[in-house]
Design a protein around this ligand. Structure first.
Ligand SMILES: Cc1cc2nc3c(=O)[nH]c(=O)nc-3n(C[C@H](O)[C@H](O)[C@H](O)COP(=O)(O)O)c2cc1C
Length: 361
């Protein structure tokens, strides 16, 4: 693994964030970013959603929108990579610039608006990975969204389930990005239940029941900006609907006062350190509301093992990150896994699963 990120970062951060991202995808594809070794331990392994996770650290959606670098992401130590958000038709997203860094606070604002090549690009990419007999071990989630001009969201989500469910280990229904008008309204309980019912039916028709082992788990990704009442209603709806898990959380619309005014004035979702406590709080609350019955993937502001452990103890079975990799570089998954092993040992725990929801016990 290149261990130069800390030194290279000032130069990298002189480049516009979206260009940096494109160059990173190219470097991963070309095999320039490679690990020397990957942390492996049975203590970090977990069986969830009928899948084997080699470690709890995942790369969250938005990094690999077109499923171009699945193998390289798994090879740098992530136990899982969530590709997408993919929409049925290709779309350009919002005008650039649309990603902004505030290095001092370790945060990012983005208003990408789901730029992606659509099914036409995404599907062959994921098929290529799935049929490769030498593919690295690891879980691949597919994050799905609707096209900006779609008036009937269920139409897009169900079309994507029909096309992609047979290729996914799990699927995430993204109803929480702040950059697609109306998307977050799908979190209202009646609308959500209707949408979930349609999607569960489509999964059943496409792949059969989850117990058949052929159907991917269906997860819902939520915003951190839900009030107490909304959280209660959604938790009840999710338990009732039979979905397999929940991802908490997407970016926030908050603009904390300590961030620079110019940065705060940018429209979009805020990620990184400033969203950390908010997302941990919502994980804690959902674990309590669902009595630990609904597996949670925790995301938001994780850049080291302490942050990851905090989310796991609050109730997350797995964690994911994006902004942390922008600031800490490609060794982040390995570093977090190493740190988690030490934290588990210090707490006298013999498995990562023993730490899940520990704050509630
Ligand atoms: C540039 C950027 C693009 C993102 N795109 C998506 C996306 O397409 N779909 C999605 O579900 N989340 C997307 N996210 C949200 C992340 O997956 C994650 O939920 C959020 O950033 C909080 O985690 P973090 O603080 O580790 O970044 C994006 C985040 C960033 C920074």
């Amino acid at each position: 693994m290149l261990n130069l990120y800390k030194y290279a970062r000032p130069a990298i951060f002189k480049i516009d964030p979206e260009t940096t991202h494109k160059l990173t995808i190219k470097a991963l594809k070309a095999g320039i970013i490679r690990p020397c070794s990957v942390v492996k331990s049975p203590i970090l392994e977990q069986d969830l959603f009928n899948l084997k996770f080699l470690n709890p650290v995942g790369l969250s959606a938005g990094f690999d929108k077109n499923a171009e670098v699945i193998a390289p992401a798994l090879k740098i130590g992530f136990g899982c990579t969530e590709v997408g958000t993919v929409t049925p038709k290709p779309q350009n997203g919002n005008p650039r610039p649309r990603i902004f860094r505030d290095v001092k606070s370790g945060s990012v604002i983005n208003r990408m608006g789901f730029p992606n090549g659509g099914l036409r690009v995404f599907k062959p990419n994921i098929e290529k990975f799935m049929v490769n007999p030498d593919r690295p071990q690891g879980v691949v989630g597919i994050n799905i969204g609707m096209n900006k001009e779609q008036l009937d969201p269920a139409e897009d989500y169900c079309a994507l389930i029909r096309e992609l469910a047979p290729l996914a280990d799990y699927m995430t229904v993204n109803i929480s990005s702040p950059n697609t008008p109306g998307l977050r309204d799908l979190q209202q309980k009646d609308i959500l239940l209707e949408l979930l019912t349609k999607m569960m039916k489509t999964r059943q028709e496409t792949c059969g029941d989850i117990s058949s082992g052929k159907a991917p788990a269906l997860l819902i990704k939520l915003a951190p900006d839900l009030n107490e009442q909304q959280q209660e209603e959604i938790a009840e709806t999710l338990l009732h609907s039979g979905v397999d898990g929940v991802i908490l959380s997407n970016t926030t619309l908050d603009r904390p006062d300590h961030l620079p005014a110019e940065f705060n004035a940018e429209k979009g979702g805020l990620s990184g350190a400033p969203v950390r406590d908010k997302s941990t709080a919502i994980i804690h609350n959902f674990y309590k509301l669902t009595k630990g019955k609904l597996p949670i993937i925790g995301i938001g502001g994780i850049s080291n093992a302490d942050h990851a452990y905090e989310k796991i103890k609050a109730g997350a079975s797995l964690i994911q990150l994006y902004t942390g990799m922008i600031y800490e570089g490609p060794e982040i998954a390995n570093n977090i896994n190493k740190g988690l092993l030490s934290l588990l040992e210090a707490d006298d725990l013999s498995s990562i699963t023993d730490a899940i929801g520990l704050d509630h016990k």
